[in-house]
Ligand binder design. Structure first.
Ligand SMILES: Nc1ncnc2c1ncn2[C@@H]1O[C@H](COP(=O)(O)OP(=O)(O)OP(=O)(O)O)[C@@H](O)[C@H]1O
Length: 894
């Protein structure tokens, strides 16, 4: 057995091996040590290998999902190895034969389908990445995102700079990529930053020649033309995803939809840092509570919740598409009665897509059939309810309504008549088909049950025959049916004439057990009828599953339609309950918010009986001229960060197709959102607060454009005052002159407000506070102008700093203010050349540090170019071209 174990283990490196032995999955050697620690279960020893004890631990098969869940949650992968023959078969081959076993599945974070292992509110995305060289020496990355639990399959393409943001949008549970890509320095850095499990795949996964073939083969297509114009990188990524799925599922084929392509610019680009800062789908601490999604989620189905999360993560950039979604939400806002009705119907709709996927993988159970029964019934009911509205249905809902009714309406009824009232978890337990559904099954069950009744009646007869009233008929797994009598009676039955009828089976401490030929015959009849009934039920299960899978496309469409209706109705519910308004979204550079609020802070304040003060924001600009920048000054705790974030969130909400928390909002589509908010150390990655801040600021200055929205909170505060002020100053000039993005900039450097004198698209805003008996009172109102002072000392007093410290600080402040820092700044504003001029001068003479940064980038480019060459795949001509390119890169380096 150990030889077999070691062979299977060697064939599945990188995974913990769950080795099936009877009712347990056992783990051995290092696997046992890892699992025992991870699961908190007992580590034992069994036998010896190479003279050493073999560490071992095990988990019962019945509870394996629970343990798998915990292992996957901790980032492990598990190979599940089953017995694939009956132990009796093995015995026939000889006493020492080992039961045949095979790994039937690799369980990895990105390929799970079990309800217990999945988060109902989140998609479980497996992300495959591949890259293809482009003319000019750059690379293009293909990303294929597959959710096996629902069959969703999308592909898109990204440049090196956009790759990180795309990964953050997809929020994968696991990333897979060909080994050669994982080893390349540029990719390795990005992959590490994502902190997601990364699985490198062997050379065959990324082979370009076979990529198209793999996709055609999986989907039974003659050509890929029907999928739209997929790029080479996208085809490669899709093929990598399919390669990995086939490898982990061992022949079982998840019911995947055809890969659908997302245009490069279809979504607002939001990098990982901005997502984290704005707490879109989880808070900085990592939880859902307190995030934007938690504040706006009013959906009533798991798939609706997942679609909403997907939309929050990927706001659209196409104004007509945004309007379509807004129309759907507005329709439900305007018809509260219909909304209520629709939401009530949705509540009874279980997770159609996930149940269907489990069935397709052969992992479904009776409850998945029931989910399809209820889900399809709800879908048909909704398809009938929607058109009953008095107003015309908006396009999105009309399409969803039609899709909801697309699956064969007899399916739900068929399942309804087939399935029993209460259902077991596993199909192997049987008893899930209703009586009178299938004649053959009814007969087998009757045979089994009649024999059981005959047995029950036997007890009285055997009492007479054995001349005792103390005889009982019992059943256990080991003996089957047997007769039990007390010891003294048993002794009697061992003797004639009784021994001719009663055959001794077992002697217990105070009882004896017997059998009879009649009992054995009846037992055989029961068990064969029970076995046959169970087999018949399995056949019926397979027939029902096949019927459902034949309608796979229609059911998936219905599932998606339910989710879309749920999202629209949920957003309408939110808008109505919280008094949100429909934003005006177009292709201008507008950004006009009236009385905007922060959805999460407002909800928190409301919960404690306080009111959020709405604030306006005007950043509109003209194409070619760029948007406006607002510099917000004001005391600590006044509400600057809240104001900055709320405006970014309003843009996200509007572009995902939601109403917004404002009295009025006009937003010209934002194509990239950047935020640098709050300070957070990233010691795990070896970066200080200031370094993180500068890296994120650098990304913004290098990438923001006219259509971007930029939120900068207290840039430069993590270093010495004048360094910080100088950096903040230069950053603002760059934003105004070069990036020209719409931007909000909160700062404690009051000196920066002077810049409004020189930069025409810059406005100063401040948050109103009043001084009441020496204490600061926050009014949270944003108004034009600059703060006269920081009130830092008053806030420190509020926070409970000891009185003498506060007093001393007051005196020091008075002295510092006397030193008159401001007048110095006034001079600066008048004297310093504007950024554009200094920029022109400085780009002529590159600083040495910049030189070395460029050289470093060129080294990287050279390295990447070498990495991209796959000698086995090069034609002679491509080889020559590659050589020229390398020489050229080297020449540039000199
Ligand atoms: N518009 C508002 N209406 C009501 N309360 C608000 C509003 N804005 C902010 N607050 C309250 O003020 C608190 C502080 O806000 P915020 O963190 O935005 O201040 P800040 O000016 O950025 O402070 P600091 O400069 O110290 O970072 C919030 O937690 C919230 O309770």
């Amino acid at each position: 057995m150990m030889a077999q174990y070691l062979e299977i283990k060697a064939a599945n490196p990188g995974s913990l091996l769950f080795y099936r032995m009877g009712d347990f999955y056992e783990l051995f050697f290092e696997d046992a040590e890892i699992a025992a620690k991870a699961l908190g279960i007992v580590l034992t020893r069994r036998g010896k290998h190479a003279g050493q004890d073999i560490p071992m631990c095990g988990v019962p098969v019945e509870r394996a999902e629970d343990y798998l869940n915990r292992l996957i949650g901790q980032g492990h992968r598990v190979a599940v190895c089953e017995q694939i023959e009956d132990p009796a078969e093995a015995r026939k081959r000889g006493g020492k034969s080992v039961v045949r076993r095979e790994v039937v599945r690799l369980v990895t974070p990105g390929t799970i389908t079990e309800e217990l292992l999945l988060d109902p509110a989140r998609a479980n995305c497996l992300l495959a990445i591949a890259r293809a060289p482009q003319s000019g020496g750059d690379f293009s990355y293909g990303l294929a995102a597959v959710d096996i639990s629902t069959g969703a399959f999308t592909v898109c393409e990204a440049s090196q700079t956009a790759l990180e943001a795309e990964i953050a949008r997809l929020d994968p549970a696991e990333i897979v990529a060909p080994e050669s890509l994982v080893a390349s320095p540029g990719f390795a850095r990005i992959a590490k930053e994502t902190q997601r499990p990364l699985t490198p795949l062997g050379r065959e996964a990324g082979e370009r020649q076979s990529a198209e073939l793999r996709i055609k083969d999986y989907f039974g297509l003659a050509t890929l033309d029907g999928l739209g114009a997929l790029s080479r990188a996208e085809i490669a990524a899709a093929a990598v995803a399919l390669f990995y799925i086939e490898r982990t599922q061992f022949g079982a084929r998840p019911a995947l939809g055809l890969p659908s392509r997302l245009g490069r610019d279809a979504h607002m680009e939001i990098d990982a840092a901005t997502r984290a800062n704005l707490e879109l789908t989880r808070t900085l601490a990592g939880g859902r509570e307190g995030s934007l999604i938690a504040a706006i989620d009013r959906t009533v189905t798991p798939s609706g919740g997942r679609l909403l999360a997907e939309r929050v993560s990927a706001p659209l950039t196409d104004a007509p598409a945004i309007l379509r979604r807004l129309d759907a939400a507005a329709f439900f806002v305007d018809d509260p009665a219909l909304r209520k009705n629709v939401r009530a119907q949705l509540k009874s709709a279980p997770d159609l897509a996930r149940a269907l996927s489990r069935l397709a993988l052969g992992r479904g159970g009776p409850r998945d059939l029931a989910a399809l029964r209820d889900g399809l019934a709800a879908a048909h009911a909704l398809a009938e309810t929607l058109p009953q509205s008095s107003a015309a249905l908006p396009e999105e809902l009309a399409e969803a309504g039609a899709a909801a009714g697309a699956a064969d309406p007899t399916l739900a009824a068929r399942l309804g008549s087939a399935l029993a009232e209460s259902l077991p978890l596993h199909r192997r337990d049987g008893e899930f088909i209703r009586a009178a559904y299938d004649g053959a099954l009814d007969e087998l069950r009757a045979l089994r049950d009649e024999s059981r009744q005959v047995i029950a009646a036997l007890q009285a007869r055997y009492c007479d025959m054995a001349e005792t009233k103390q005889l009982k008929l019992k059943h256990n797994h080991f003996l089957g049916y047997f007769i039990e009598v007390p010891q003294a009676q048993g002794e009697r039955l061992l003797k004639p004439p009784y021994d001719a009828i009663f055959a001794h089976r077992q002697t217990m401490a105070d009882a004896m057990r017997f059998s009879t030929r009649e009992l054995a015959e009846l037992e055989a009849k029961i068990s064969s009828a029970a076995d046959e009934a169970l087999a018949r039920e399995q056949t019926i299960f397979d027939e029902l599953a096949a019927l459902l899978l034949a309608q796979e496309t229609e059911i998936k469409r219905a599932a998606h339609a339910l989710a879309a209706i749920d999202v629209a109705a949920g957003l309408a519910e939110l808008a109505a309950a919280c008094d949100w308004t429909r934003p005006l979204v177009d292709d201008s550079l507008a950004f006009e918010i009236e009385a905007g609020r922060h959805p999460v802070v407002e909800a928190a304040l409301r919960a404690s009986g306080r009111v959020f003060v709405g604030n306006d924001c005007a950043l509109s600009g003209l194409a070619g001229r760029g948007g406006r920048i607002a510099v917000v000054t004001g005391p600590n705790m006044a509400g600057k960060s809240t104001y900055l974030r709320q405006n970014a969130l309003i843009a996200v909400l509007a572009q995902m197709g939601s109403f917004v928390p404002a009295a009025r909002a006009h937003i010209g589509v934002v194509d990239r959102l950047f935020s640098r908010v709050g300070a957070s150390d990233d010691l795990a990655r070896g970066r200080s607060t200031f370094m993180v801040e500068m890296v994120e600021t650098a990304a913004i200055l290098n990438q923001a454009k006219e259509r971007s929205l930029v939120i900068l909170d207290e840039i430069g505060r993590g270093t010495a005052t004048f360094d910080g002020l100088s950096i903040a100053w230069a950053v603002m000039e760059h934003l105004h002159e070069k990036n020209r993005a719409r931007a909000l900039f909160a700062t404690h450097f009051h000196e920066l407000t002077q810049l409004a004198k020189r930069l025409d698209r810059l406005d100063n805003l401040t948050v109103r506070v009043t001084d009441w008996n020496g204490d600061v009172v926050f009014l949270h109102e944003i108004m034009a102008g600059a703060a006269d002072r920081s009130y830092g000392i008053q806030v420190a007093k509020l926070a409970g700093l000891p009185g003498p410290v506060v007093e001393r600080a007051r005196n020091l402040l008075a002295e510092f203010e006397a030193a008159d820092r401001l007048s110095h700044v006034d001079r600066l504003v008048a004297d310093l050349p504007l950024f554009t001029m200094s920029f022109a001068a400085s780009s002529a003479t590159q600083a040495p540090a910049a030189d070395s940064a460029i050289a470093q980038a060129q080294d990287d480019a050279l390295g990447e170019a070498i990495d991209a060459i796959d000698p086995d795949e090069l034609s002679p001509r491509a080889a020559i071209e590659a050589l020229y390119r390398l020489k050229q890169l080297r020449a540039e380096r000199r």
